[in-house]
Design a protein around this ligand. Sequence first.
Ligand SMILES: NC(=O)c1ccc[n+]([C@@H]2O[C@H](COP(=O)([O-])OP(=O)(O)OC[C@H]3O[C@@H](n4cnc5c(N)ncnc54)[C@H](O)[C@@H]3O)[C@@H](O)[C@H]2O)c1
Length: 363
Amino acid sequence: MPTIFLTGGSGYIGTHTCLTLLNAGFNVIVLDSNINSKKRALKKVLEIYKLSSFNFKNQLFFVEGDIRNENLINEIFEKAKNKKMPINAVLHLAGLKSVRESINNPLEYWDVNVGGSIKLFRCMIKHNCHTIVFSSSATIYGIQEIEDSIKEDGSINPINPYGENKVTIEKILKNIFDGSKENWRIANLRYFNPIGAHSSGLIGEEPRGIPNNIFPYICEVGSGRIDKLQIFGRDWPTRDGTCIRDYIHVMDLAEAHKSALDYLNKKDSEFINLNIGTGIGTSVLELVKTFIKVNECNLNYEFAERREGDSYHLVANNELALQTLNWKPQKNLEDMCRDGWQWQKFNKEFLENTSSINLQKLI
Ligand SMILES: NC(=O)c1ccc[n+]([C@@H]2O[C@H](COP(=O)([O-])OP(=O)(O)OC[C@H]3O[C@@H](n4cnc5c(N)ncnc54)[C@H](O)[C@@H]3O)[C@@H](O)[C@H]2O)c1
């Protein structure tokens, strides 16, 4: 059974990806500092997973720590080897992800996102692990002036430090690929807008403080914790005047990671950038209306001025991912809205109860 080192595995996308990997039979070692996640999140993953596996506790190991701690990462590789479960591949999700914070605190973002990645890559080289799937982002495309969907070879023009971090990490990986004597297998997954949650309602996005992204913000407004949603701009050149994005269900995104691993495993050597979206554009107003309809709830919203730095149209051309990964998004916007709201309701009602499940420690 292959072993995957999943950095940032306690976070929003990490927990859903972890569950998908466990279901596919992988051993998973998670490293997370929990700076933007709760320790209970992985326990909830196991609660879901135990329904389908007797052996549910023995596949997942958790290490609490920082991606910038090179000694710790080396120790993880060594311990995994000693336990006869050497790490076959890395899924690198750990990092800071707020665009606003990255503008206010760029050094921290460069240090964690780029500095942390360099340390991780150095450890991979040291331990002969040459397969990695990296969490990149559609943010790297910057402001688009076109209404076509974006291809991977479209112009790369990040407009904030967070986007610059992602481009830089992609470039470092390309340098490693080009310069190494070893055969590397590298996939940069450029996520568009992941929303929703696992249908159990036990795991989902849990932002600290005021959410940065629209979907958790909508959920907070729906549950009354935030008064009103502001929609920035109603005079964009789109069908209803609001910005268009490509929303993808987080479980479809999780599945894309597994498919990327399967794809890389069949290759001797590969470097590939892949847009991970549905290819379907949804306006902010359509998202809001769908949320209200499927969840039969009220949502206060108002229109505000356009926000500087927003693209009005950001939709993935996902053909390359569809062709290469043997993967296809299965869930639609209604599923995303329903599952995301389910999580929001369950989260607050039940999750404060601590779980009886203990996570296995590797170190
Ligand atoms: N959610 C999105 O809309 C989106 C879009 C594109 C790309 N991404 C990228 O996907 C990845 C996962 O995003 P997410 O939405 O799950 O975010 P998240 O914040 O929920 O998950 C990231 C995890 O990394 C951990 N982490 C942060 N700094 C760390 C450090 N120094 N050491 C160890 N762990 C650390 C956090 O505690 C968190 O659990 C990130 O790299 C993010 O930039 C996210």
